[in-house]
Design a protein around this ligand. Structure first.
Ligand code: SF4
Ligand code: SF4
Length: 348
């Protein structure tokens, strides 16, 4: 009941602020991605029918951003959703939701992934598969951040996600993070291999303004090396410990991830061992996803045991009082299971 009343007030508040209700998503409305190869995108979502990753600019010079061009590219899709049409790139995307959206121009979500090299070679990495990890086309993003800030396209409430390649190996990395902090940015998500410790990540965790996601995918040096291509299991475990030590009591800012990979770790034993390792380390928040190439094979439905593994992880998290996030593809499998269950309940 309270939830319903809360929703009524929130809807009323949104209407008073001039927002309108229609199906859209936060990346479509207010998102921007600085991707590899001088490409600017609207989002990086690609596990659905429409395949997402809409290109806003494919010739960004890395020096000055044509904000008006980006705005007008986005306007085309924004107009569509305001007219009740789903853009073809968004078809089937789980991030679409019927909600209240404003008409203002700003970025609430920024993903920096304009570098592509890495200090490991994961078997599931699309860039490793394409042999496209390189130092080419890297530019200094700090002046672009300043340009966006001065144009009031971002502010201290903007959510920043930092990915790559591996972000920590680039010389500008710590400088960039401290610069974001100086601007008052207080929601920063780091995706890192965890091989190189970063004092700016540690500081962001300490200050409660950042969270780090490390995909270790295993619980033994043997399996880790097989999956990641580097013999750095213990280094990563030690860095997870260092980040956990920086975390304030009650916070959940160190997230350890497990990507399910066919033929490597797609069984209860590996999942349970990873779970026990995380428990031993004192990790409070976990995440699960599925290798994108494997997921793309699920055209005619996912194997039942994939769902069983996800349900097993959810159960383990629940009885151990840990948070578990299901990332993109794991969430799609789980949501389709839930939808089927609801359908069966309704129609037998
Ligand atoms: S593909 Fe999905 S995440 Fe990307 S803009 Fe469309 S709805 Fe949003
Ligand atoms: S850590 Fe990320 S960028 Fe590096 S190889 Fe693995 S998936 Fe690719």
């Amino acid at each position: 009941m309270q939830g319903r009343i809360g929703r009524i007030f929130s809807d009323l508040f949104s209407k008073l602020k001039g927002k309108k209700k229609f199906v859209s998503c936060h990346w479509l409305e207010h998102g921007i991605i600085f991707d590899h190869a001088n490409i600017i995108r609207m989002c990086c979502e690609q596990s659905h029918e429409g395949k997402g990753r809409y290109i806003l600019d494919d010739k960004f010079n890395g020096i000055w951003l044509d904000i008006d061009k980006i705005k007008s590219e986005k306007e085309i899709l924004k107009l569509k959703v305001r007219n009740g049409q789903i853009p073809s790139c968004c078809k089937g995307c789980q991030f679409l939701k019927n909600d209240y959206w404003d008409d203002k121009n700003y970025f609430s979500h920024v993903l920096l992934t304009h570098w592509s090299n890495c200090n490991t070679r994961c078997v599931y990495c699309p860039a490793v598969r394409d042999n496209s990890l390189s130092d080419e086309n890297i530019y200094n993003i700090i002046p672009i951040i300043n340009q966006l800030y001065d144009a009031k396209m971002i502010n201290e409430d903007t959510y920043f996600s930092i990915a790559g390649g591996e972000a920590t190996i680039y010389p500008e990395f710590d400088k960039l993070i401290y610069h974001l902090m100086t601007l008052g940015i207080h929601k920063i998500n780091f995706n890192t291999s965890g091989i190189k410790h970063s004092h700016s990540i540690e500081q962001a965790i300490k200050d409660n303004i950042g969270e780090v996601v490390i995909s270790i995918d295993s619980a033994t040096a043997y399996l880790y090396t097989k999956i990641k291509g580097t013999n750095t299991f213990q280094v990563v475990v030690n860095n997870i410990k260092r980040y956990l030590e920086a975390q304030q009591i009650g916070e959940k800012r160190v997230i350890v991830k497990f990507i399910l990979i066919k033929g490597y770790n797609d069984n209860n034993k590996e999942l349970l061992d990873w779970f026990m390792l995380c428990l031993k380390l004192g990790v409070k928040k976990l995440a699960i996803d599925i290798d994108i190439a494997w997921f793309n094979e699920f055209e005619h439905g996912y194997p039942n045991y994939v769902l069983d593994l996800i349900l097993f992880a959810k159960h383990m998290a629940k009885i151990n009082n840990l948070d578990l996030d299901l990332y993109d593809r794991a969430s799609m499998v789980y949501n389709s299971y839930k939808a089927n269950k609801k359908y069966r309940k309704l129609f037998g």
